[in-house]
Design a protein around this ligand. Sequence first.
Ligand code: SF4
Length: 173
Amino acid sequence: MLIKQYRTEFCRPPNLSAQHLRCVAQLEADISEVLPYLNTVLRGHQFFPETPSLTLKFDGKLITLYPRQIAINIVKDEAEAEAILSWLKQQINDTWERRQDLEPSFKVALKPSILEILKILPRTNCRQCGQPTCLVFATRLSEGGSRPEDCPGLDERSKSQLQKYLGQFHIGK
Ligand code: SF4
């Protein structure tokens, strides 16, 4: 088993009106070697071999795994963070055990085009999604930090079109 324990820390984002928390888990062990295998298993979004780090998209969140740290950009409370970290711990340990049977991946996944996303959005800059402009929201969507349903201005047809487009990149599900 690679990870037995971790210590979690929480902080509020700089935006004082934000309701969510950021979470960082400090790991007891160095997980550098398992990251390329996790990139294979979990189809990571961004892998940087030099750091090394692996970023995943999960339910509208960005989760970045570093050698001794896991950072989650948005969690609603400690219980949600614990559920995600517990799942990740299992994935890391299972992948480590199975590494002899896996092909490590050093690939970086393709990113969706912000312009293509923007074309589908209402482009009214109404701010109901919590972002200052549709362009900022499109950027967050392309990174997996928001979901199509976070934009109340999208009609069902556009929402489905956006989900289909993002789905090609394993985002927005
Ligand atoms: S809610 Fe939708 S239309 Fe309004 S700013 Fe956000 S992305 Fe644009």
